[in-house]
Design a protein around this ligand. Structure first.
Ligand code: UDP
Length: 485
């Protein structure tokens, strides 16, 4: 008897923004689809490709999922272009002018290994919609920031008109002005202040253009078939309802890092030995051995993500604050995170002594494992969205010291909306650091731990069968299979 020809795999073409954070989050999403039997072509710029091909995460994906393909296209920028966050607008414009037409040609000529079912692109790239329209292929956008930031971006035109957005030049703004409540972001009126809004002034020359780009997002994102977000209903329900008024097909399927791990464990895919992110720096796992020797919930984990940099003065205030608090701490100081050279050579002896007694410093940690370690009782964080979700999932209260943009909002939500920590924004004084570390780890420990455990349970439950993120993901799969209806 003739065998029936197999139906082709549904095949998704991923197009992330070529920066570490978005690429990492999109990898997790891509793996979720691979675990459901989808084919994935993950399109990156040549520069990101060079970095990725040697990463153990890519090797793991290729090895575990034969239907996962990595593809590189040029971004059209010169080889020596730094392609960092400071030059975001140049990278963005070049993607639009140089990379997108190449992707369009490939889609039109049907040159992929399999017909394309859907495009999954970063929501900032509104120009991807035009390609989707021209090729007749449905498109879903993904935003790797939190809904609180996305919703605020949607409200930017109004915030700008009403003068509530901190001006692009903040040199003459006074502290009282920054404490004024913000009315222009519905759903947050009871707690949002001007100082909690993203400060475009930190973007220097590109502030105005970046603002324009983000304002456009509110018009572009709703055009897509759907919007995929890394959060869960129980955490961000009110904001998701507001977003759904303009983007009805919004799928909250996070926390992605845990969603992937859960799904892997149900199938025969062996857990990767590397963390689920593609690291820029080698992980120092010796800190796990140090944590094993510490008492339950006694350690403050300190890390400011992959981008934040700060001055030696701030480093000293933080360091004194930590040592003087008397709390045990595990601190990630990335090799490139302190401004100026040879800063390690001029550390006061008393700090080194205090650190020897109570601290452990590494250049890069296996963060998901660290946060999940029973010895960790608090997280001093820059409030990056991934770190925030990882901490919520693990049930670890946070002390937030946001660095820029969305982190200003995330930290306020941690302290005022979810009440799972404290927000130290705009201060960096050793006595305040000391006091707030003690508040989190000692004085208010019970209160924060209880709340963190409640949220952690919600985060875990949303991923089990029938839970909100698990069901939303099944709905997304169905919608994609039905052609993005
Ligand atoms: N991370 C890590 N080891 C470290 C510090 C950070 O693995 O020592 C990971 C962390 O688990 C998170 C990501 O790096 O997934 C940081 O992302 P986030 O959105 O928090 O901040 P960003 O780096 O984008 O500022």
């Amino acid at each position: 008897m003739d065998e029936k020809p197999k139906a082709p795999l549904p095949h998704l073409v991923f197009f992330p923004l070529p920066f570490q954070g978005p690429v990492n989050s999109m990898f997790k999403l891509a793996e979720l689809f691979c675990l459901e039997g989808f084919g994935v072509t993950f399109v990156v710029t040549e520069c990101i490709h060079r970095r990725l091909v040697t990463s153990s995460n890519i090797q793991f994906l290729r090895h575990s999922y034969p239907s996962f393909h990595l593809m590189a296209l040029t971004d059209g920028l010169p080889n020596d272009h730094p392609r960092n966050g400071d030059r975001f607008i140049e990278v963005f414009n070049s993607l639009k002018i140089n990379t997108m037409p190449l992707l369009k040609d490939l889609l039109i000529s049907g040159s992929f290994w399999q017909p394309v079912t859907c495009i999954v692109a970063d929501g900032l790239m509104g120009f991807a919609f035009d390609v989707a329209k021209e090729t007749g292929i449905p498109i879903f956008y993904v935003r790797t920031i939190g809904p609180c930031t996305l919703w605020t971006f949607f409200c930017l035109p109004h915030l700008l008109d009403s003068g509530e957005l901190p001006p692009l030049d903040t040199t003459n703004i006074n502290a009282d002005d920054m404490d004024r409540p913000v009315r222009g972001v519905p759903g947050t009126e009871s707690f949002l202040r001007r100082r909690d809004l993203p400060r475009f002034s930190t973007l220097g020359d590109t502030a105005y253009e970046s603002l324009q780009l983000l304002m456009k997002e509110g018009e572009e994102v709703p055009k897509a078939h759907g919007l995929i977000l890394n959060t869960f209903e129980e955490l961000d329900g009110p904001l998701l309802s507001l977003l759904r008024a303009t983007c009805p097909n919004t799928y909250a399927i996070g926390p992605l890092h845990a969603h992937v791990k859960n799904k892997r464990s149900k199938q025969t895919v062996t857990e990767s030995k590397c963390s689920s992110s593609s690291n820029l720096w080698p992980e120092d796992r010796s800190c796990l051995g140090w944590l094993d020797q510490q008492a339950s919930k006694s350690v403050m984990y300190v890390s400011f993500g992959s981008i934040a940099i700060f001055s030696r003065e701030k480093l000293m205030e933080l360091w004194y604050g930590l040592v003087n608090s008397g709390v045990q701490f595990l601190w990630v100081i990335r090799p490139d995170s302190i401004i100026g050279e040879n800063w390690e050579k001029h550390i006061p002896a008393e700090l080194l002594e205090g650190t020897k007694q109570r601290g452990f410093i590494v250049g890069w940690a296996p963060q998901e494992e660290v946060i999940g370690h029973p010895a960790v009782g608090g997280f001093l964080t820059h409030s990056g969205w991934n770190s925030t979700l990882e901490s919520i999932y693990a049930g670890v209260p946070m002390l937030c010291w946001p660095y820029f943009l969305d982190q200003q909002l995330n930290s306020r939500f941690v302290s005022e909306a979810w009440k799972v920590g404290l927000d130290m924004k705009d201060t960096c004084d050793r006595s305040i650091v000391e006091e707030m570390v003690r508040d989190l780890m000692d004085v208010r420990k019970e209160e924060f731990s209880r709340r963190a455990e409640e949220l952690s349970e919600l985060a875990r439950n949303c991923l089990i069968e029938g839970g909100s993120s698990s069901s939303n993901f099944q709905r997304l799969i169905m919608d994609i299979r039905q052609g993005g209806s």
